[in-house]
Ligand binder design. Structure first.
Ligand code: PEP
Ligand code: MG
Length: 911
């Protein structure tokens, strides 16, 4: 935002002028202090300097015109309200200067307390503290005043002048050692006076000047330091991680000091209106007598549970509980609170809607509905898919410290422990013996499928979130860590090395697919109750589990609200069945490639090596019944629901042995004088089919146009399976999908052939087969109007659309250099994970509009990985798609987010 430097521009707000909705301008802390002030709660008077002032300062390197005068004016009125002057030698007003951005950034930015103390006013403060009615004896008052002064020098030095904090801490330790104590309370006024001298010397040593004695100079420098702390390295890092925009700036709160360290009738504490861990109702908090807030954070002494305040100071305790109830009622949410008691008088220093765990978010939303504070729409708004996803994964019980030995990409969440194996075959063998195994590979390929199915988890040293391992593992709901590049995998030697240690086949490792962390040895794992509920093994009406009941209630509401249907990506009957239990309303993508693996590989080789017509046809004829059986199983599981089957997509050489391996085998066999005619033919075929850029080569519809009979066989298998289901009394609703189409002519050619086969097979069975296409090549998106003429539906393949839209190889780039792009802020999240709304999203939007313009009512869906990403689901809702399709485990997340999308756009859509 541009600096706004008119003299009239308002940069400073008294607490009585703001409210909780002004977070952009006053930051979270300032807005909520204003709200509490206006509720009549006991907030120490103060004012807030706006984020706009900070933005202007950061843009120009100086305070905007008018700011100094406005601070002066507000300071004067604060002095009038308190009946004291800042730094007055007799009776000083002291203030705290605290940061407060729109989004809470705990501990990231700066605070300076006790501003206004100097060599004179410290005496005045001591006299005040020993005043009438005080429990602090005059010795205690002296002690308090000097302690406050040394805190100011310490915080000011560290924050404003970058004096290394350890030097102050060291001096404090020395003072305690000299006294033979480890407790700061044992230091008396003389000790602290000595410490102030020591601190001042440290200050001079590092800054070359005396500690400033002018209160107003202290205040101005502290405000400036808080502005600048917005760009401190740790704050920048935190914002990037939390995706907080870099240009918001922080507000600065100048608040009259109240003291929790004035004696045993004073203290400070934090409280939550409900348990932020579980959501349970009750009183949660900590209290520390005779202390200031930073002592609690620094852990200088042990706090006591908040309940104990009832014995120490019943009237403050009762008042606090009353205020907490009032705040919850007012904010209609869990609040967290910071408070101080100064000589028996309670002061509220902060409140905000409190952070909470995923479980607490659901439980609290459910409770607030029960209490009539919010409605179900609001409850739905208050939870999110990322939280639900967290609740669906088994978790490690990291009770005692397990140290990770490597960290890769959390590619498919969950927690898995098992014996390390390096080949698919060994994974299958050991799993058959009842062992849990972790399949470790440099990267996986379609050949590893059986091993991946058998394994509890998959660990690779290469590849990103859309690598083969990641996509397939997510599809199976299996834990996967990919791209753990500290791990050096040696498959022939059956071992990997990491952090100087060697892990052999059979050794146990544990992997966390959420954090990407890898542990040596077994970490115990707990199953998810929420998954048990989705699977139907926990009945929410009959169990005493607040979380499961809340999830059930909110999911039911989301289903009632959402306009988007949710389908699943599933290639097997088992996956289809599970997804259906999770609420899938059909299959949006059945990838048929795995149906060409295993013992069918030989048939694929025959198909590729065929020279004469008859050979190819024989191979296809042998594949036909196998494919038909695959489809029958899936149609059965999805009885009555649509099933989109995609014709074969990957380049065929993926189904042949790797070139290098084959070349070595042939050379060795030749050396031995063996008959290698067959292998040679295979090698020649692999060489012939070798491509430099296979992702842009002979795949998808191109295969169907080049290899006669291949698509025809698949179309026939689909149609026959549907008819067989119908004859058995079921309802199959196949939708045949053609991959990688870029021009309508490609689709028309496939369609003409397919329609003939379908007509012949379906006859009068009543089966209806739709034919549509993926939109995953940018040209298809840009010519969607033409393509729609030949398509009954579009399904956006946003993985390839992202790959080709950005020109990013989906198997390589995430691990290779995305870290740098994220660091530079070119994007805040991988575009393979969450849809790039401006670029790839624009292609989706254009294709949806032009497709529907050419063919009104054209069915639109998405089946790329983005179909299960919360933010992307909102985008697909906005664009007007009919459904999203995602891996089985993400189906509940997509249902929830599709409901939230309606609530958040203020729509009243319901199904
Ligand atoms: C896509 O490209 O988005 C898609 C779903 O197809 P695949 O991931 O199989 O290439
Ligand atoms: Mg694709």
């Amino acid at each position: 935002m541009a600096a706004q430097e008119t003299v009239d521009h308002k940069y400073v707000y008294d607490f009585s002028e703001g409210n909780k909705d002004l977070k952009d301008l006053l930051g979270g802390k300032g807005a909520n202090l204003a709200e509490m002030t206006n509720l009549g709660l006991p907030v120490p008077p103060g004012f807030t300097i706006t984020t706009e002032a900070c933005q202007a300062y950061l843009a120009t390197g100086r305070e905007p015109d008018g700011l100094a005068g406005q601070i002066e004016k507000h300071l004067e009125s604060l002095e009038r309200a308190m009946g004291k002057r800042l730094g007055d030698p007799q009776d000083p007003l002291l203030v705290s200067v605290r940061s407060g951005a729109k989004f809470s950034m705990p501990g990231m930015m700066e605070t300076v307390l006790n501003v206004g103390l100097n060599d004179q006013s410290v005496q005045g403060l001591a006299r005040q503290a020993s005043g009438e009615g005080s429990q602090a004896a005059s010795g205690g008052a002296d002690r308090f005043a000097w302690d406050s002064y040394r805190r100011l020098i310490q915080m000011f030095g560290k924050t404003v002048c970058e004096v290394p904090g350890e030097e102050f801490e060291h001096a404090l330790d020395e003072a305690k050692n000299a006294k033979g104590t480890s407790n700061d309370l044992d230091l008396d006024a003389d000790d602290l006076r000595g410490l102030v001298d020591a601190y001042k010397k440290i200050f001079v040593k590092h800054t070359g000047r005396e500690f400033p004695q002018q209160p107003r100079e202290q205040l101005d420098l502290a405000i400036r330091a808080v502005f600048e702390s917005w760009n401190a390295e740790r704050a920048v890092l935190y914002r990037r991680q939390e995706r907080i925009p870099a240009d918001l700036g922080t507000a600065v709160n100048v608040v009259s000091m109240v003291f929790g360290n004035l004696g045993p009738d004073s203290g400070t504490g934090v409280a939550f209106t409900r348990d932020p861990g579980s959501g349970a109702q009750g009183i949660y908090g900590d209290y520390l007598a005779n202390a200031q807030g930073e002592d609690v954070v620094a852990g200088i002494r042990n706090t006591v549970p908040l309940q104990e305040l009832e014995q120490l100071d019943k009237s403050s305790y009762d008042e606090l509980l009353g205020i907490m109830a009032r705040l919850e009622e007012h904010y209609k949410d869990l609040c967290d609170i910071e408070f101080t008691i100064e000589r028996g008088k309670l002061w509220m220093l902060q409140t905000r809607v409190g952070k909470r765990t995923a479980a607490a978010a659901f439980v609290i939303a459910g409770q607030l509905v029960d209490e009539g504070l919010i409605d179900l729409d609001e409850a739905l708004h208050r939870v999110n898919g990322a939280q639900l996803a967290q609740l669906m994964f088994p978790r490690f019980q990291l009770d005692h410290e397990f140290e990770a030995v490597a960290k890769g990409i959390g590619a498919s969440p969950g927690a898995a422990s098992g014996k390390v194996v390096f080949t698919s075959a060994r994974a299958v063998e050991l799993a058959a013996e009842g062992e849990s195994v972790i399949l470790v590979r440099r990267e996986t390929n379609p050949d590893d499928l059986n091993g991946m199915i058998a394994a509890k988890g998959i660990l690779t040293s290469r590849g990103g979130k859309t690598s083969h391992a990641a996509v397939v593992a997510r599809g199976m709901g299996k834990t996967c860590v990919s791209g753990a590049d500290e791990i050096d995998v040696n498959v022939p030697a059956k071992r990997f090395t990491v952090a100087g240690q060697t892990v052999n086949e059979g050794d146990v490792v544990s992997i966390d697919g959420t954090t990407g962390k890898v542990y040596l040895g077994e970490v115990p794992v707990m199953p998810s109750e929420v998954v048990q509920y989705f699977e139907g093994s926990l009945d929410p009406e009959h169990i005493d589990n607040a979380l499961v009941r809340a999830v059930h209630r909110i999911m039911t509401h989301a289903d009632g609200k959402r306009r988007l249907a949710v389908r699943t990506n599933a290639d097997t009957g088992a996956d289809a069945a599970r997804a259906r239990r999770f609420g899938a309303e059909g299959i949006g993508l059945c990838r048929t490639e795995h149906m060409f693996l295993g013992d069918r590989r030989e048939l694929v080789e025959r198909l590729i090596l065929a020279r004469a017509e008859g050979e190819r046809e024989a191979a296809l004829a042998a594949l036909l019944p196998l494919q038909r059986a695959d489809f029958e199983e899936i149609f059965r599981e999805m009885d009555g629901l649509p099933v989109t089957v995609r014709l074969i997509d990957p380049p065929l050489h993926e189904f042949l042995p790797p070139l290098e391996q084959l070349a070595v085998n042939v050379a060795v066999a030749q050396e031995r004088g063996e008959d290698v005619a067959k292998e040679e033919a295979l090698l020649a075929a692999v060489r012939r089919m070798h491509e430099e850029n296979p992702m842009l080569g002979l795949r998808g519809v191109r295969l169907g146009l080049v290899i006669p009979g291949l698509f025809a066989m698949q179309v026939r298998a689909i149609a026959e399976a549907a008819v067989s289901c119908a004859r058995g009394g079921g309802v199959a609703k196949p939708e045949i999908m053609v991959p990688l189409v870029g021009a309508v002519q490609e689709l028309e050619t496939v369609r003409t052939e397919a329609e003939k086969i379908i007509a012949e097979v379906v006859g009068d069975s009543g089966v209806e087969v739709l034919i549509g296409t993926m939109i995953e090549v940018p040209r298809a998106a840009l010519t969607a109007g033409q393509i729609a003429e030949a398509a009954e539906f579009f399904s956006f393949g946003t993985n390839d659309l992202t790959q080709m839209g950005w020109g990013f190889s989906r198997d390589d780039v995430e691990g290779a250099f995305f870290w740098r792009y994220l660091e530079l802020g070119i994007f805040g999240i991988s575009p393979f994970e969450s849809i790039d709304r401006d670029g790839v999203g624009r292609l989706v939007r254009i294709a949806a509009e032009e497709g529907r313009a050419a063919r009104p009512g054209l069915k639109l869906g998405v089946c790329g990985e983005h179909g299960g990403d919360p933010d992307s689901v909102h985008f697909f809702h906005e664009v007007g798609l009919d459904y999203v399709s995602c891996s089985p485990f993400r189906v509940p997340v997509a249902r929830l987010e599709a409901g939230r999308a309606v609530v958040e756009t203020g729509g009243s859509d319901s199904r």
